[in-house]
Design a protein around this ligand. Structure first.
Ligand code: ADP
Length: 470
């Protein structure tokens, strides 16, 4: 397999999609974790800042009463001591600044970063939260509150949070190629496992040709999709096998049918060449030539009709056909057909019915049945035609009192080249294709042909066609 083929193979495409989907899931998961952690951290920090501001607010409430009594440095010392004591108990690295609204600083924690803004833009007793970047590029989360006459600031560096989140990103970054590799390798192995039986099926199917259509792909024990595929392919091979054997039989039959007249023609020609012929002999010879040629062209015509019908090349022109008139014509034809044989040919019942169809083809269908009836009925017998309407259908019976058909041959008479009595019918000139053509015509008109018969008593062929109403 070339690289190009490999890249286009189902295995590669499956693996690729699998890896892409897994990677996308991993990225989504990573992004989710990152966003969630950042949110939790930020919310936690903000809550802490607000709690600190609340605490300092409560502290300065006490100082408010001392503003007029104490000096600024006493106030500053007192506040400073309380705040320092507080952070001794809860050591956190907050940047706390306490100032008067006019900007005079009362207390500043040792790290001492001030992000104070003018007291006038702060709404009283509300906490303002914002992120501020210090001159040394560190980001701080700053909480400010104005609680007259003071402004309180509590700030905390976000660097620690950023560092943790940065580490998380690095871990994801390192894990991503690993995940991608594992997904691709795992996907490749899994796709290979799943597709292996398909490879076996392909190789076996490749081996099967017209010569070994009896071979089958071994069934899998598991009734999964591949098992179903194998069953379907095996069924298809069985159908092909049956079609091939039908074609083979058909070709043999065609060769067999044409060989007899050709042998006769060859024998007669050799005889004619062997010696000078009298006038009568020449006449007899030419008559034989003509008969055999007519027989061969009939076979070829019938074969051509069936071959075209099989290929769907024959268009059935559907128009309204008055069946009663058609049957009257057919009856007259049958009378002429049986003129060299004393037969009683009658039209018994003829319901007024119109069908939708191709008149020429329907005529051909009834001619086949009538010429068979005449052909297989001995002199003195009778042939009858009758049509009766039943609901949306019309049944046309072509009945004779002829030799009949044995029960075991009834379902075979519609097969191509089948004859009940080979020797007898061949002498009578039948090709064995008439009933196949009759059945095809009936089917093409959404109808059917069926037969009832008893040996020595006669046969009845029934054509059923849909009626055209209105
Ligand atoms: P064929 O040209 O030999 O008549 P068909 O396909 O028309 O071919 O008929 C097939 C075979 O069915 C005939 O060879 C004959 O043995 C039998 N068959 C058909 N019609 C009748 C009938 N009315 N009575 C007895 N046998 C019949």
């Amino acid at each position: 397999m070339t690289l190009r083929q490999r890249i286009r193979s189902t295995r590669f495409v499956l693996t690729l999609w699998y890896s892409i989907i897994l990677l996308a899931a991993f990225i989504l998961f990573g992004a989710g974790v990152y966003v969630y952690l950042r949110h939790v951290e930020e919310a936690g920090l903000e809550q802490n800042l607000v709690e600190e501001i609340d605490w300092i607010s409560r502290l300065v409430d006490l100082e408010r009463s001392r503003i007029d009594v104490w000096t600024l440095s006493d106030l500053s010392n007192d506040v400073g001591q309380r705040i320092v004591a507080h952070y001794n108990v809860n050591p956190r690295n907050y940047d706390v600044v306490l100032a008067f609204v006019n900007g005079t600083i009362l207390y500043r924690s040792p790290s001492g970063r001030s992000f104070l803004v003018s007291g006038t833009i702060l709404p009283p007793d509300r906490t303002l939260l914002q992120s501020v970047t210090s001159p040394d590029r560190e980001v701080y989360r700053v909480a400010l509150r104005r609680t007259d006459p003071f402004i309180i600031q509590v700030a905390y560096s976000e660097t620690a949070t950023e560092t943790v989140l940065g580490h998380l990103l690095s871990i994801f970054g390192v894990l991503m190629p690993v995940v991608l590799f594992v997904a691709f390798a795992g996907g490749w192995i899994m796709a290979g496992m799943v597709l292996r039986p398909i490879g076996q099926i392909t190789r076996l199917a490749d081996r099967i040709s017209a010569k070994n259509l009896s071979e089958r792909i071994p069934q899998r024990d598991v009734p999964d999709e591949l098992g179903q595929l194998i069953t379907t392919i095996n069924r298809m091979i069985a159908r092909l096998e049956s079609s091939f054997s039908q074609i083979r039989e058909f070709s043999l039959s065609v060769a067999h049918e044409l060989r007899t007249p050709l042998t006769i023609l060859k024998g007669e020609s050799e005889l004619a060449l062997a010696r000078a012929l009298t006038r009568e002999e020449t006449e007899r010879l030419v008559t034989t030539y003509l008969e055999e040629t007519v027989r061969m062209s009939r076979i070829v015509d019938d074969l051509l009709t069936l071959a075209k019908a099989d290929a769907g090349q024959i268009k059935i022109q559907k128009e309204a056909v008055e069946l009663s008139r058609l049957l009257r014509d057919i009856h007259e034809d049958a009378v002429i057909l049986s003129s060299d044989k004393p037969l009683n040919v009658e039209l018994r019942r003829n319901d007024q019915v119109t069908v939708l169809g191709d008149e020429a083809r329907l005529r051909q269908l009834f001619r086949v049945l009538l010429s068979n009836a005449v052909q297989y009925t001995d002199p003195g017998g009778s042939v009858s035609i009758s049509s009766r309407r039943a609901g949306g259908e019309v049944h046309i019976d072509i009945e004779d009192t002829g030799i009949g058909i044995p029960q075991d041959a009834l379902d075979k008479v519609f097969q191509r080249f089948y004859r009940v009595d080979e020797a007898r019918t061949r002498v009578k000139g039948g090709s064995g294709l008439g009933l196949s053509i009759a059945q095809w015509i009936a089917n093409a008109h959404s109808g059917s042909v069926s037969v009832r018969s008893a040996v020595g008593k006669g046969s009845c062929f029934t054509v059923t066609l849909p009626v055209r109403d209105g």
